[in-house]
Design a protein around this ligand. Structure first.
Ligand code: GRF
Length: 249
């Protein structure tokens, strides 16, 4: 059974306002007409999807351990890669980690069905893509509209979209000779890196940077800070979407 669409929409003048996540709301088919802030009655259920090392997952775990993310709990980690170190990180933190690998299914459709089932079973309020190298099934995006966020290692709209992932992003930034890059946390819509931007953080490119060095600096100075921050803001009900742009209350 699914929780209802957590971000609700109402029309104010010409603007569509998508309200804060209301965790724990009962299941219902229709969108609620008001725009409630997260009431803190129970914690925001956060599902994290990963493909690799999981340093962004670790940043969320560490933020939680440090007493931040008071209104959120990580309920499950899903990896599409067997043996991803992120799964070990989850285990060490006492979080359920599961693998849904496309290799275990006859075709993409069957993989997508299994992925969606693993997501739904966890009943998440928020899905965090933390280095998840899977193109999401359209059904998942529409079912969890404005409830999926992603971290991207550049200042969108630079160096984003199809083909810009992992080291390729930093290679392209260095090839273009930009002096400032950074990271972006954004909601996920049907496009690639096109959803409403929640937060961005700049990072200075330095003389002699390699893609690997720059990737590390972008993680340390931007990604690991932005992702827990965005979850905190959402869990606190401070995030609205107005005309496809995010307003932080
Ligand atoms: C990060 O750079 C993230 O921005 C990108 O993939 C990388 C994942 O790293 N989408 P990790 O698995 O969190 O260490």
């Amino acid at each position: 059974m699914l929780t209802k669409q957590a971000l609700t929409e109402e029309t104010v003048g010409d603007h569509t306002v998508t309200g804060g996540i209301a965790a724990g709301d009962p299941v219902c088919g229709d969108a609620v007409s008001d725009s409630p802030a997260f009431d803190g009655k129970r914690k925001l259920r956060v599902l994290v999807c990963v493909s690799g090392g999981g340093t962004n997952l670790q940043a969320i775990i560490d933020a939680k351990k440090a007493g931040r993310l008071e209104n959120a709990e990580i309920i499950r980690v899903i990896s599409n890669k067997k043996g991803a170190y992120a799964l070990e990180r989850a285990e060490k933190a006492g979080i359920e980690g599961i693998c849904v690998s496309p290799k275990d299914f006859p075709d993409r459709e069957a993989f997508h069905r299994a992925l969606l089932a693993a997501v739904e079973e966890a009943k998440p309020d928020l899905i965090v893509l933390a280095g998840f190298l899977v193109v999401l099934p359209a059904e998942m995006i529409s079912r969890y509209r404005n409830r999926i966020i992603n971290i991207h290692p550049s200042l969108i709209p630079s160096f984003c979209g199809t083909g810009f992932y992992g080291l390729k992003v930093h290679e392209a930034a260095l090839a273009r000779g930009v002096k400032v890059t950074g990271a972006t946390v954004h909601f996920v819509d049907e496009g690639t890196d096109t959803g409403p931007i929640i937060r961005q953080k700049p990072v200075i490119v330095q003389e002699g940077d390699t893609p690997e060095i720059l990737q590390r600096r972008v993680m340390e100075e931007a990604e690991w800070i932005l992702l827990p921050e965005a979850i905190e803001l959402i869990a606190a009900g401070q995030v609205d979407i107005v005309d496809n742009r995010v307003l932080i209350r």
